[in-house]
Write a protein that binds this ligand. Sequence first.
Ligand SMILES: *[C@@H]1O[C@H](CO)[C@@H](O)[C@H](O)[C@H]1NC(C)=O
Ligand SMILES: *[C@@H]1O[C@H](CO)[C@@H](O)[C@H](O)[C@H]1NC(C)=O
Ligand SMILES: *[C@@H]1O[C@H](CO)[C@@H](O)[C@H](O)[C@H]1NC(C)=O
Length: 187
Amino acid sequence: MSILRNNCAYLLLLAIWLLCRSATTMRTWTYTLMDITYESSDDSKLKLDLHIDRLGRGEYGLSGKVILGVDLTNETEIEILVYRSADGSSEYKLQPLQIDRQSIFQAINNYYKKMVMASVAECSDLPQFNDTLEHVGPATFNITKCQLSTEQFPAFMPEGYYKLHFNGYGPFEFSSVTLLRIEKALY
Ligand SMILES: *[C@@H]1O[C@H](CO)[C@@H](O)[C@H](O)[C@H]1NC(C)=O
Ligand SMILES: *[C@@H]1O[C@H](CO)[C@@H](O)[C@H](O)[C@H]1NC(C)=O
Ligand SMILES: *[C@@H]1O[C@H](CO)[C@@H](O)[C@H](O)[C@H]1NC(C)=O
């Protein structure tokens, strides 16, 4: 009898712990992809062909191709700068959320692996790896309606319109601007 009671208490504690745990990892915000623009200095080295697909009511995903014509080397460096405007029409101001300029393999093995790789496993053939990725060769990567899980992102983000400037430097240069809107999550 007391064993049964103890088990019930244990299950109750477990249930509370699971609820609290999911509450703390829950984001207080959601995002809507609105637009993407991009350019590349040399389409034979890197060609981007991306667009935003509407998936359902208020839901959007990224689709298209990233066509890499060469082997990536550490001479390619990237940075991501984040600008925000409260209402989308006032000035976009630089936010302290940037990913500093660094070699592409450093970014892939850190930010891509931690923040992006799991989200794109099912919707793309972008690299999946466990340890470190050391070679990305000429390849066409196919992306179909990818949505990024925000689990690895800050728990709180102020509402507003954001422009993510993704810049690449080195043997070939590229830049891309993604416009998205962040709103409070409604639960
Ligand atoms: C890039 O640099 C890292 C760190 O210095 C090194 O471990 C890696 O082998 C380099 N990768 C390539 C493809 O040159
Ligand atoms: C990573 O490791 C796990 C567990 O060992 C394995 O199941 C999975 O296939 C590996 N993933 C890749 C991309 O190698
Ligand atoms: C992308 O799709 C093309 C055409 O179906 C295919 O040849 C290519 O291997 C795919 N890319 C990857 C990285 O699997």
